[in-house]
Design a protein around this ligand. Structure first.
Ligand SMILES: [Zn+2]
Length: 347
């Protein structure tokens, strides 16, 4: 629907988060509390963003992001900025049918009183002329990270969030974002809801946008609850098969997937033929750094089902829980692996 953000063949990017420096938040931890406060925190986040950007640039990443240095968690930080959600009133719920977490409660109509990430995007935009990708949580993943005491309907709440996300996305676009990505790991779990209203809500969230749009569907961070869950999925992970036909028909431009070291049958990509695909070629659940050749092999497999001009090498998911030197090594491997395949395609 739009002009591509990146002209280079096989432009690399990350799915989202990068490790935070230890002076900003406890490393290798999700939901890690900030170590700074007030103005120091604002300055600290900006410094961390500069470092995350520099690491991406030095490792040859083409489409850059803030590495999620500006948020504590990919879902909760966005929700914290909305009214109608009480963070003091907490309930324990089961997240993605997988693990229990204490979450805030929806106590009234949800709304966005002010922009959430617009200042952060403007700051990142000032630092680079490279294409920028910015991640927001998807509506279905948002409702799965809350206890709803007001709407008492997952679908109704998701539509409300879709409207709010659309307001934010339009302002992010105006601030200079080239690709807006919605993180929807819940699409791998609630298949009936995905097809009944999940994808429709996502399309509501991107309504009227002129920049490119992506949806990231993964098997989660490399935390124990997720790796234990993966062990129960058997030898073939066919979850993507459930949502792909409708996603192929949707207005979403790019689909971001977990491919390397996963049990996803790569031929499922045929179901989204025609879409751009961010192919996860880096395993975020392992501290072993991939070799460039391993990355290249994953990309070659994907090329059987994705046209070369639509293939975006990427990580499987965010790298926030990894040690910094490991994440950096993985970014280098991603770039080097993409370069091997670029040369093969051009020779
Ligand atoms: Zn992910």
């Amino acid at each position: 629907m739009t002009t591509p953000a990146q002209k280079r063949l096989l432009p690399t990017s990350t799915a989202g988060s990068l490790p935070k420096p230890s002076w900003l938040a406890q490393p290798e931890t999700l939901w890690s509390p900030w170590k700074l406060q007030d103005d120091e925190l604002i300055a600290g986040k900006q410094d961390a963003l500069r470092i995350a950007l520099q690491e991406q640039q030095q490792t040859g990443i083409d489409i850059v992001s803030d590495g999620e240095q500006t948020r504590q968690h990919f879902v909760t930080t966005f929700i914290e900025h909305l009214s109608g959600v009480d963070f003091e009133k907490r309930k324990t719920v089961r997240i993605r049918n997988r693990y229990d977490a204490s979450v805030p409660t929806v106590v009234g109509p949800v709304s966005r009183q002010k922009p959430v990430f617009v200042d952060d995007v403007k700051f990142l935009r000032q630092q680079t002329n490279q294409p920028i990708k910015w991640a927001l949580p998807g509506p279905m993943t948002m409702i799965d990270t809350l206890y709803d005491d007001h709407y008492q309907s997952r679908e109704k709440l998701a539509w409300e969030f879709a409207k709010i996300l659309n307001q934010e996305a339009k302002e992010l676009e105006a601030a200079g974002v080239d690709i807006i990505q919605f993180d929807e790991p819940a699409f791998n779990v609630f298949f009936d809801d995905v097809n009944d209203w999940g994808i429709a809500c996502l399309e509501r969230a991107i309504e009227g946008l002129k920049c490119e749009t992506a949806v990231h569907i993964c098997y989660g961070y490399g935390i124990k609850a997720n790796t234990d869950w993966k062990k129960t999925l058997g030898s073939e992970w066919r979850q993507y098969e459930e949502a792909f036909p409708k996603l192929q028909q949707s207005n979403i431009d790019i689909i971001s997937l977990e491919c390397h070291n996963s049990q996803v049958p790569i031929e499922l990509l045929e179901l989204i033929r025609g879409k751009k695909v961010m192919v996860g070629a880096i395993d975020v659940a392992s501290e072993t750094i991939e070799t460039p050749e391993e990355v290249a092999q994953t990309l070659r497999q994907a090329l059987q089902f994705v046209d070369a001009d639509k293939l975006y090498p990427c990580t499987n998911c965010g790298m926030a829980p990894l040690p910094r030197h490991i994440a950096r090594g993985k970014l280098n491997a991603l770039s080097a692996g993409a370069q091997i395949v670029r040369q093969e395609l051009c020779s």
